[in-house]
Every structure is written in C-alpha cells, then in structure tokens.
Design a protein around this ligand. Structure first.
Ligand SMILES: *[C@@H]1O[C@H](CO)[C@@H](O)[C@H](O)[C@H]1NC(C)=O
Ligand SMILES: *[C@@H]1O[C@H](CO)[C@@H](O)[C@H](O)[C@H]1NC(C)=O
Ligand SMILES: *[C@@H]1O[C@H](CO)[C@@H](O)[C@H](O)[C@H]1NC(C)=O
Ligand SMILES: *[C@@H]1O[C@H](CO)[C@@H](O)[C@H](O)[C@H]1NC(C)=O
Ligand SMILES: *[C@@H]1O[C@H](CO)[C@@H](O)[C@H](O)[C@H]1NC(C)=O
Length: 556
C-alpha cells in the first residue's frame, strides 16, 4: 500500500493542467454574459470557463418572483444548452439583479434602482417567494446555480441579506432533486470593501451559505461622478485606500476565508475628458466622461479606439497601480489590458483566492483577456511550484534511499557517490510504483529479467502498457504513465552520465511537450544493449542488496 500512497504523492507533483487529478484545486474561471443580444451566446468560448452567468434576471416588484424581460426570454431559455456545447462541464449560473442601468454597460451608473431587492429582503414572505421562484426557474431552464448581483445594497439591506442567505441555503439544501441533478451553486457579488456606510456585510452568513462571493473590484472612480481622473480598478494605490488590494485585505481581516473569494475582473475601462493637455496624471483635473455618455468603454472598443487614433498612440502599463493607460492631449482612458489581468491573477494566487469572474464577456477582444486570466494559473508563482515539486520529490528520494536502499551500480561496485545517486533511486522507485512489482524478483516469459530490464524490454517493444499495475486503472492517463516509465528508465541508466539530473527529471515530468531521450538498457543488466552492444556486469548485486529491506515495504 505504501507504493500506492507514494504514487498518489507523485501525481500531485504534476500541474493539474496535465494530469487533471487531485493536485491544486482548479480555479473558478467565471464570466458574465450580458443579455443585450449584441454578442451571440454561441460565440462564447466556454472552454475558457468553469462557470458562465446569464445576466440578468429581474425581480417582479409585485410578487417578488423572478422576471425575465420578454425581450431576452429567448436568450435566457437557450443559454445553458448553448454554452455547454463547447464545454459540457461548464456550469451555467442564473444571475439576478434588479438595478439594471439604462445603458447596461456600467454597473455603477446613475440609474441604479435596487428598491425591489430592498423590499424583497425585508420581509419573510417576500424572501420565500423570491427564493422558491429562483430555484424553480433555475431548474426549469437547466441552470446549475444562482448568483445574486446586488452591488449597491444600503446598510439596512445588509443584515437582511444575511437572513436571505440563510434561508436560501436551507431551501437549496432541502430541494427535492432529480437523480441527475447536483445541488445548486449559490454565489453573491460583494463590494470591494466589507463595510457600507460603516455597517459590515453579514460576513458569517456569507461564509456559511455561499459557494463563493465575487468581489466587484472595479468602477471605483467614474468620470460621471468626479472631476479628477481616477483609476476604476487599480489593484494597488500608494496614495489612497481605494484599491482592490486594500479591500481584499479588509475582507480577509474580517474573517472571510480566501477560499470563498473570487476576484472580479473588468473587461471595460473609462474615458475622461482632460481639462488641460499639460496635465494627464492620475488625479488630473477632468471635465466629465469622454467618447460617450458615461465614458464606459469595453476592452474591444478601447483597443479599436487606440488603433484608429493613429499618431502611434499606445497604452502604457503601470505596474505600481496595475493598470493600462492611454493618454492623448484631450482624453485619458484607464483599463485592464493583458498585463493588468495577468498581474491580478498572480495576486489571486498569492492571496489564495479561488479564481476570477469577468464582467463582461462580450467586451473581450477575441478572448485575449480571458486567455490572459488562464495563464495566471501556470505562470503565477514559479517559486511555489518549485517548492511544491522539490520538497515532496526529495522526500520520496530520501525514503527510497533510506528505507529501500536502491543504490546505483557505481556505488555498489566502486563506492563512487555521484550526483546522479538520487536519480537512480528515484527511477527504481518509480518503476516499482508504476508496475506494482518488486525489484527483487524476476519477470518476463522466461522469468529471467529483473524489474528494470523487464521494464526496458516492454518499453522498447512498445508494450509498455503491459508493465502498468492494473490497479492504477486510469486508462485516460496511460500516455502520461508511459512517459513516467520512459523517464524512470532514463534515471536507471548504467552510466551516470546518461542519467538526467533531478532537475531535468522535474522538467520532463512537468512539461509533457519536452522531449525525453530514448533510454538504453538499464543498469544491473546482463544482456547486451541492442544499440551499443555493451553489457552490464552488475546483475548479481541487486537481489542480495535489496532483499533484507524490501520486506518492510509490504504490510503498511
Ligand atoms: C408581476 O407579477 C404580477 C402578479 O403576479 C403579474 O400580474 C404581473 O404580470 C407580473 N409582471 C410581469 C412583468 O410579468
Ligand atoms: C425604483 O423602482 C420602484 C419600483 O419599480 C419605484 O417605485 C421607485 O419609484 C423607483 N425609484 C427611483 C428613484 O426611480
Ligand atoms: C435602504 O433602502 C431602502 C429601500 O430603498 C429604504 O427603505 C431604507 O430606508 C434604506 N436604508 C437606509 C439606511 O438608507
Ligand atoms: C465637474 O465639473 C463640471 C464643470 O466644471 C461641473 O458642472 C460639475 O458639476 C462637476 N462635477 C462634479 C461631480 O464635481
Ligand atoms: C506609474 O505612475 C506613477 C504616477 O504617474 C509614476 O510615478 C510611476 O513611475 C509609474 N510607474 C510605472 C511602473 O510606470
């Protein structure tokens, strides 16, 4: 059994993108699709996401049931089916909001009217009507979760939201589900700060009841509201607390677990009209929105604006704030380009948040931002990855050497302790794990091959799959196990020069596309190598050397 445990251990070394097994929890990669009809549902690249939210269902002001505006009824009813075509495992969520602004572009625009939600949360019977209707509607159309997008509750609403979430969770838990249905997901949009008008969000209730809460980490400074340029989604700000990092740290300080927080990513920016062409700094005097009525621009529109502007205009990334800026003599636009999105995803990793939620998908430009958000998963924190790999592997090697004593031939014969000692031990152990067989017995048709030799014979005959322990029984990752086998064979080469270093082993295991050389006949082998004709003389040592120790492995 020890070997199974070690195998499990080995598998967590591989980045989940390759092994889709255990390992680090997969990120929540979520986005809003805004039902304006401008961007067809079938054009959503669902493969880049784990959750997709239909935005938005409304609430009927007289009976508090969900209300789908008739103009968007057709989108609503087909959304779950269509997004699953390109990615059957994506989870469609039904997002509810009652304060849809006139333009639909900006969520913090002037025309927000949340009073129906306020009224709904204030009374038990209204909450019940709302909750029952939300669950029934989600099920009827094949949504797998419900999201409440209420960005501007006032302080009275906040405590009511706590009660609503308790009741909502209870209703979801006690729902009579069809056998094929999994429990509905429940998510909540929250402001970047955990307090509104000095009153705290009901953090205990949120933590208890939602699957996650996503931080609306944008729209901090708007050209419709202020007369000085400001960043609407800065990750950091050395001279102000209005920034995402400050907000997230406040949430964490107040006891919100990072494992329930998802970072909102804006796929839009804001254009300001500058008062003076001489002053285009952050905080420069401005006279309202530029380009359009509220200055809000989707990423795609900003990129095309920059292209069309001419005069070699480009945006500049500022890492101090994590923002991209375009300044012309009259206009100042702040937005998130690829650099900002990547930096924010590194931040997600650093703070151990569980993913991102983009607002909103139709503003992406050919999925550039959504792809950048994925990249964070592998690029962020190479250091951590290295630690994650080196520590467990070293442990395995120490285990192998100390307990099992897989000693390479140069040490057995000449007492040479080379840098490739550990690699050899690792290779032997890996072969035993893959095959579930001991290195002390003989295998093959004539029962005359030691384990290493047997592995080599099968591998060079393209029959490596016969070597795999049937109880590993993961046919989907066979090719990966074959690669492990090839790497293991390289590790047990007779000549230390032909073995990779431990670092090379990590890279080969980590990076499936990296070429691994073809192994030759391994050490402790009497047969002449097919290619070189060389013979290994160390066949005899192995059984006697390992026999006494190996018996300790089995019963654990
Ligand atoms: C809202 O609910 C009331 C009462 O059930 C109903 O008469 C009305 O048609 C609903 N409104 C819409 C827009 O569906
Ligand atoms: C908000 O909506 C409610 C219900 O539709 C309405 O009665 C109220 O007058 C609206 N308030 C504002 C400020 O528009
Ligand atoms: C919050 O909003 C609701 C509905 O608009 C209102 O009835 C209530 O008085 C407000 N509370 C505060 C503290 O402003
Ligand atoms: C911004 O400046 C304009 C023109 O000077 C003025 O009319 C407007 O009220 C100001 N807006 C704010 C939010 O201060
Ligand atoms: C970012 O902008 C600030 C203020 O304009 C400036 O002082 C700083 O040098 C910039 N940093 C980078 C990395 O461009």
């Amino acid at each position: 059994m020890a070997s199974k445990i070690i195998f499990f251990f080995l598998f967590i070394l591989f980045p989940s993108s390759q092994f889709h097994l255990c390992g680090a929890q997969t990120l929540v990669k979520a986005g809003y699709w805004y039902a304006s009809g401008e961007f067809p549902i079938q054009d959503i690249n669902s493969a880049l996401f784990t959750h997709l939210s239909y935005a938005f269902a409304d609430v009927n002001a007289s009976n508090y049931q969900l209300l789908i505006p008739s103009a968007s009824q057709q989108y609503f009813s087909t959304f779950p089916t269509i997004v699953k075509r390109r990615n059957p495992s994506v989870k469609p969520l039904l997002s509810i909001w009652n304060g849809i602004s006139a333009t639909g572009k900006s969520i913090a625009g002037e025309n927000v009217n949340d009073s129906v939600l306020s009224s709904m949360v204030s009374a038990s019977s209204k909450r019940k009507a709302f909750i029952d209707s939300s669950i029934k509607t989600a099920r009827r159309y094949g949504f797998q979760g419900i999201d409440l997008f209420w960005v501007w509750p006032n302080s009275t609403d906040l405590s009511n939201i706590g009660v609503l979430l308790d009741e909502w969770r209870a209703a979801i838990n006690s729902e009579q589900r069809q056998p094929a249905e999994s429990q509905l997901i429940l998510t909540l949009a929250i402001r970047y700060l955990p307090t509104i008008e000095m009153v705290s969000y009901p953090i205990d209730s949120i933590r208890r009841n939602v699957d996650w809460a996503h931080v609306v980490a944008y729209d901090y400074h708007l050209p419709t509201r202020e007369n000085f340029t400001g960043l609407h989604a800065a990750l950091y700000n050395p001279s102000s607390n209005v920034n995402t990092d400050f907000g997230i740290r406040e949430w964490l300080n107040k006891g919100m677990p990072p494992s329930k927080l998802v970072l909102g990513l804006p796929y839009h920016g804001y254009a300001w009209k500058l008062v003076s062409s001489q002053d285009n700094a952050i905080g420069a005097p401005a006279s309202g929105p530029a380009v359009n009525i509220d200055g809000s621009m989707g990423y795609k529109a900003i990129k095309s604006y920059i292209r069309d502007y001419g005069y070699g205009a480009t945006s500049v990334y500022n890492a101090t704030y994590v923002v991209n800026l375009l300044t012309t003599p009259t206009i100042w636009i702040n937005f998130d380009d690829v650099e900002a999105i990547k930096a924010k995803m590194s931040y997600v990793k650093e703070k151990k948040l569980i993913g991102f939620k983009a607002f909103q998908l139709s503003n992406d430009d050919n999925w550039v931002l959504s792809r950048a958000a994925q990249g964070g998963e592998n690029q962020a924190n190479k250091q951590q990855l290295l630690l994650k790999i080196i520590l467990p592997v070293s442990l395995i090697v120490i285990l192998a050497v100390a307990i099992l004593g897989y000693v390479p031939p140069e040490y057995v014969r000449k007492g040479i302790y080379s840098m490739k000692y550990d690699v050899y031990s690792f290779g032997v152990l890996l072969l035993q794990i893959i095959s579930g067989k001991r290195n002390t017995c003989y295998y093959g048709p004539q029962e005359n091959l030691n384990l290493l030799e047997y592995a080599y014979e099968l591998w060079s005959d393209d029959r490596g799959t016969e070597f795999i322990d049937t109880s590993l029984d993961d046919s989907s990752s066979t090719c990966k196990i074959m690669r492990c086998m090839q790497i293991a064979l390289l590790c047990v080469q007779e000549n230390p020069e032909n073995r990779p270093t431990m670092l090379e082993v990590f890279s080969m295991l980590k990076n499936a596309s990296m070429a691994a050389t073809t192994p030759r006949r391994p050490a402790f082998s009497l047969k002449a190598d097919k290619n070189t004709g060389s013979t290994s003389a160390s066949q005899q040592e192995i059984c006697s050397f390992n026999d006494p120790q190996i018996s300790q492995l089995e019963p654990r």
